[in-house]
Design a protein around this ligand. Structure first.
Ligand code: BGC
Length: 520
C-alpha cells in the first residue's frame, strides 16, 4: 500500500569521472566527523558507571550505588544532573546545527568543519581536566556545538565531493563511522575503568580530542566543494577543482547542472517559508519531522547512552556491564554493514519493516523478562547468570534490528526525498528534531526508568509498533529513484497525492512554464 511502482521517467544523469585519491582523502574527513559523533554517543554511559567519576561529581548517586540498604534497582542511578551530563551535548548540538546551516552556506563547508574541530578540541580538553561539575557540563556543551557544526557540514561535504554514483554508499558510511566511534568509546571505557588511581575517566573523555585533531588537520589541507564555490560566485575555481577531483577534463555536464541548481536555488526567496507554507511540501515536511522523532523513540539511545548503567541496574558487576556494552557495540557496527549491502538491493521499506518487527518483538521480550524478575519493587539482589545472558542476547537482537533499519535509514531516507529548493532547510529540520529528541531521551531515561519500571520498555515497544505501521502505510519506496524524480513518488502515493495537485507544486509549475514556452 505504501509502496509505489515507479519506473523512473527520465534516466538518472551520468557524469564522467572516477573515484580519485583526492576524493578518498575527503572520506577521511567524513570518517573523523562520524567518529566524533559516535565517540560522544558511546562514551558517557561507561564514564557515568565508573565509581571514581560518580564519587567526584555525583556523590549522591555514588552513595546510592554503594548502599546495600537501598535495593530498588530501577532508581539506583536516577539523577537529573547525571542525565544533564549526557544530554546537554545534544541541546547544544540542536542550536549549533541551525547556526551551522548559515555558516556552511555563506563561508563554505570547510570553515564549518574547521570550527567543529576547534570547538571540539576545547570541549575534550575541558572535560579531561574537569575539577568541577560546571567544567564537565561546559565541556559537553562545547562538544555539542562541535557536533552541530560537524553533522551539518560533513555529510554535505561528502555528498558534494563524491561522484554521484557513490553518494548513497558514502552517506551510509558516515553512519558506519558513527557506530565505529561508539564501539571505540565502549572499548576505551572498558580499558580506562581498570586504570588504578581512579583517573581513567579523564582519559576516556580526553581521547575525544583525537578525531577532532584529524578533522581539524583535514579541513586545513582539503579544499572546499565545487558546489559551495559556485554558490559563493567562484565559478572558475570551482570548475578547475571539479576537473581535479573527478580526474577528467570533461566535466561540463556536471558543472552546468551545478550552475542550474544554484540559479534555481537563488530564485527561492525563503526556503524556510516555502517548506512550512506550501502545501505541496507537506509530505516532505512530515517526513523531516516524523522520521527523526521515530528514530529516537525506538529507544536506541537508552542502550547507547546508558547500557553500562542499565546493566548495572540489572545487577551486573561493573566489568560485566562494560563488556556487555562492548558486545552491543560490535553488533551495532556489523549490522550497519548489512544496511550498506542491502538498502539498494532490498529497498528501504523492507529494511524498515523487518527492523521494526524485530525491534518490537525483542523490546517486548526485554520488558517481559525485566518485569518478571524485578517486578514493580525492583528489589532483587541475586541475578542468575542465565538471566543476564538472555537479557544481553535480547538487547543485541534489538540493536541489530535498529542498526540495519532506523539507524542508517533514519538519516538516508530524509536526505534523499527533499527537492533542491528546500533541501538544506529540510535537512536542518531533520538534524534539529533528531537532536531535540536525543536530548529528551538522554535527559529523561533514568527518571522514567525509576518511575515507569519495566513499563518503560513497553512504552518504547509501543512507539516501535506505531512507526512500523506508519512505514507500511505512509513511506513510499525510494530505492533506485533519482533525486530529481522523487516528486513522482509522492504524486502517485495513495495518501500523499492529495497534497501535490497545487499550482505551486514544482512539477505543475514546470508543466505550466513549458506550455507557456510552447505558445511563445
Ligand atoms: C542515531 C543515534 C544513535 C546511533 C546508534 C544514529 O543513527 O541518530 O542517536 O545513537 O544511530 O548507532
Amino acid at each position: 500500500m505504501g509502496g509505489v511502482s515507479f519506473d523512473g521517467g527520465s534516466p538518472p544523469p551520468s557524469y564522467p569521472g572516477k573515484l580519485t585519491p583526492y576524493v578518498l582523502l575527503t572520506v577521511l574527513a567524513g570518517a573523523a566527523g562520524g567518529l566524533i559523533f559516535g565517540y560522544d554517543l558511546g562514551i558517557s554511559g561507561g564514564v557515568t558507571s565508573m565509581a571514581p567519576f560518580l564519587e567526584k561529581f555525583f556523590p549522591d548517586v555514588y552513595e546510592r550505588q554503594q548502599s546495600i540498604t537501598s535495593t530498588n534497582q530501577y532508581c539506583k542511578f536516577n539523577s537529573p544532573t547525571l542525565q544533564l551530563f549526557t544530554s546537554s551535548l545534544y541541546l547544544a548540538a540542536l542550536f549549533a546545527s541551525l547556526a551551522a546551516g548559515e555558516v556552511t552556506k555563506k563561508f563554505g563547508r570547510r570553515i564549518s568543519m574547521m570550527m567543529a574541530g576547534f570547538i571540539f578540541l576545547f570541549g575534550a580538553a575541558l572535560n579531561a581536566g574537569a575539577v568541577h561539575l560546571s567544567m564537565l557540563i561546559l565541556g559537553r556543551i562545547l562538544l555539542g556545538i562541535g557536533i552541530g557544526f560537524a553533522n551539518q557540514s560533513v555529510p554535505l561535504y561528502l555528498s558534494e565531493m563524491s561522484p554521484y554514483n557513490y553518494r548513497g554508499r558514502f552517506n551510509i558510511c558516515f553512519q558506519l563511522m558513527i557506530t565505529i566511534g561508539i564501539l571505540c568509546a565502549n572499548l576505551i571505557n572498558f580499558g580506562t575503568a581498570k586504570i588504578s588511581g581512579g583517573w581513567g575517566w579523564r582519559l576516556s573523555l580526553g581521547l575525544a580530542g583525537v578525531p577532532a585533531v584529524i578533522i581539524l588537520i583535514a579541513s586545513f589541507f582539503l579544499s572546499d566543494t565545487p558546489n559551495s564555490m559556485v554558490q559563493r560566485g567562484r565559478e572558475i575555481e570551482a570548475k578547475a577543482l571539479l576537473k581535479r577531483i573527478r580526474g577528467v577534463d570533461d566535466v561540463d555536464a556536471e558543472f552546468n547542472d551545478m550552475l542550474a541548481a544554484k540559479n534555481e536555488a537563488d530564485l527561492v526567496e525563503s526556503p524556510w517559508r516555502n517548506l512550512f507554507g506550501t502545501k505541496c511540501y507537506r509530505p516532505q515536511l512530515a517526513m523531516s519531522i516524523l522520521i527523526p522523532f521515530f528514530q529516537q523513540f525506538t529507544g536506541i539511545n537508552v542502550i547507547m547512552f546508558y547500557a553500562p548503567v542499565l546493566f548495572q541496574s540489572l545487577g551486573f558487576g561493573s566489568d560485566a556491564s562494560l563488556i556487555s556494552s562492548v558486545i552491543t557495540g560490535v553488533v551495532n557496527m556489523f549490522a550497519t554493514g548489512v544496511s550498506i549491502y542491502g538498502s539498494d538491493r532490498w529497498g528501504r521499506r523492507s529494511l524498515f519493516l523487518e527492523g521494526g518487527v524485530q525491534m518490537f518483538i525483542f523490546q517486548s521480550l526485554i520488558a517481559g523478562l525485566i518485569g518478571w524478575r524485578f517486578g514493580v519493587s525492583g528489589n532483587v539482589t541475586d541475578i542468575p547468570f542465565w538471566f543476564a545472558a538472555v537479557v544481553v542476547v535480547c538487547i543485541c537482537v534489538y540493536v541489530m534490528g535498529f542498526a540495519w533499519s532506523w539507524g542508517p535509514l533514519g538519516w538516508l531516507y530524509p536526505s534523499e526525498i527533499f527537492p533542491l529548493e528546500v533541501r538544506s532547510a529540510a535537512q536542518s529540520v531533520t538534524v534539529a528534531v533528531n537532536m531535540a529528541f536525543t536530548f529528551i531521551v538522554g535527559q529523561c531515561f533514568l527518571t522514567m526508568l525509576c518511575s515507569m519500571k519495566y513499563g518503560l520498555f513497553i512504552f518504547f515497544a509501543f512507539f516501535v509498533a506505531v512507526m512500523t505501521l506508519f512505514c507500511y502505510f505512509f513511506m513510499p519506496e525510494t530505492k533506485n529513484i533519482p533525486i530529481e524524480e522523487m516528486t513522482q513518488v509522492w504524486r502517485s502515493h495513495w495518501f500523499w497525492k492529495r497534497f501535490m495537485n497545487e499550482p505551486n507544486d514544482p512539477v505543475n509549475k514546470a508543466i505550466a512554464m513549458s506550455k507557456l514556452r510552447d505558445r511563445v
